[in-house]
Design a protein around this ligand. Structure first.
Ligand code: ZN
Length: 413
């Protein structure tokens, strides 16, 4: 029996059902905040399954949870797969959890098929990917990769003032696992993350497997427009410096300048503040945020220039400036892993297409450490970060079959 043949759709689906009860919401979604009692319950459930199969578990100083199946060469660097078990406050049953359960199913399939791999294979549940309770998101993988400082992350507070290290201590008390001492992070020979697409492209193309080539880069900006406050009843139009009206002209020009033929560039104005915010005063100030994403840094650079020009040419009679707040560069996945995912999808007879990821994932941090790739499966209508998020048992299993074949190949390199 091949590893792919040993993937059991019913078992994988039942595990999703069992996990969805932990933090389950009345509308059928989940609210499983990072390092909450629900997170601890999910950790315990995963650990109980691991123990039943004879896999070892361990955790690290930021609370990442690892499930390890030994290889035949004790000195070989492991390959790893996984995602996260925390959710948005009104999250779905599959975002993150699918990647963890697919990785665990891969371990079980290897076990059931009696396949010995040279390298150990590890399933991981990264701490706090969502960033909804503790900021920033993708924290566990960022600390693992050395991109965020452990000491700083342990001091982060949630909205209620709870310090992360206290929440982590509570979680590890409720869901104990052997601690790997020292700084998080260890050598890896490869990493593959399975995830629901969280967008509609696969479903629209009636395609089962997304071969993820990259994670697009993202940049955030704040545009500040300064005008002059004036009486809404007495001030003629020509005498106004209406900051909101200028912001509207700027925004409209930006929407037009960021429309691309193949609809790859993502441009969002998500927050607007108008000051002083009085119904009968002409606005003297307006600020708005921009979130812009694309897989190519060159394209982001070019559009950043365009935004800057628009701000300087469309503000009159007000003044305006644009400030870049954050810039996360795109992640290009390793061609060897990308090719392997595509090849295994094909040999399993699964429809597939290459695509960049629109959302950020833990894989973007791990990609700096070792050859890395991702596998997407469709989700219903592309809806995610929503309680109605849905995926089919067959698609989840198909992605897992590709995953276990890729992991087997990497683990025997
Ligand atoms: Zn996710």
């Amino acid at each position: 029996m091949s590893a792919a043949d040993a993937v059991r759709e019913d078992r994988l689906w039942q595990r999703h059902v069992d996990m969805a009860k932990l933090g389950g919401t009345p509308k059928g979604g989940v609210n499983r905040q990072a390092l909450s009692p629900e997170d601890a319950a999910a950790r315990n459930l995963l650990a109980s399954w691991a123990n039943a199969r004879g896999f070892s578990i361990f955790t690290d100083a930021i609370g990442n949870l690892f499930v390890r199946r030994e290889g035949t060469d004790p000195a070989a660097l492991p390959v790893m797969s996984g995602s996260h078990m925390d959710s948005q406050p009104t999250g779905g049953r599959f975002d993150g959890m699918y990647g963890v359960l697919a990785a665990f199913e891969a371990l079980e399939a290897l076990e059931d098929a009696g396949i010995r791999t040279k390298r150990p294979v590890i399933a991981v549940a990264w701490t706090n990917e969502e960033g909804s309770r503790f900021q920033p998101g993708a924290m566990g993988s960022a600390v693992f990769a050395g991109h965020n400082k452990l000491e700083e992350m342990l001091e982060v507070k949630d909205w209620k003032g709870v310090v992360l290290k206290d929440a982590l201590a509570e979680t590890l008390k409720a869901a104990p696992a052997p601690m790997r001492e020292g700084r998080p992070g260890f050598g890896l020979d490869g990493y593959v993350e399975a995830h629901i697409e969280q967008g509609p492209r696969l479903e629209n193309a009636a395609t089962t497997i997304g071969v993820v080539t990259a994670i697009q880069g993202s940049r955030r900006y704040i545009v500040s427009v300064a005008g002059e406050e004036a009486h809404a009843g007495t001030t003629p139009r020509a005498a106004r410096k209406d900051a909101f009206a200028a912001a509207l002209r700027i925004a409209q020009a930006m929407y037009e300048a960021t429309t691309d033929a193949d609809d790859t560039l993502r441009f969002t104005i998500g927050r607007v503040e108008v000051g002083p915010g009085s119904p009968n005063t002409v606005p003297g100030s307006t600020t708005f945020t921009i979130d812009m994403r694309h897989p190519s840094n060159a394209v982001l650079d070019a559009h950043e220039d365009k935004l800057g020009r628009i701000v300087s040419t469309h503000a009159a009679p007000c003044t305006a400036r644009i400030e870049r707040v954050t810039a996360v560069p795109p992640t290009d996945f390793d061609p060897m892993v990308v090719d392997l995912v595509r090849d295994r999808a094909r040999s399993l007879g699964l429809t597939n297409m290459d695509m960049p990821s629109g959302a950020g994932h833990d894989a973007m941090h791990v990609a700096q450490l070792c050859p890395t790739g991702m596998i997407f499966v469709p989700c219903e209508r592309g809806i995610s970060h929503n309680e109605i998020e849905n995926a089919t048992p067959a698609d989840l299993a198909a992605g897992t079959r590709v995953l276990v074949e890729v992991l087997t190949e990497l683990a025997n390199r």
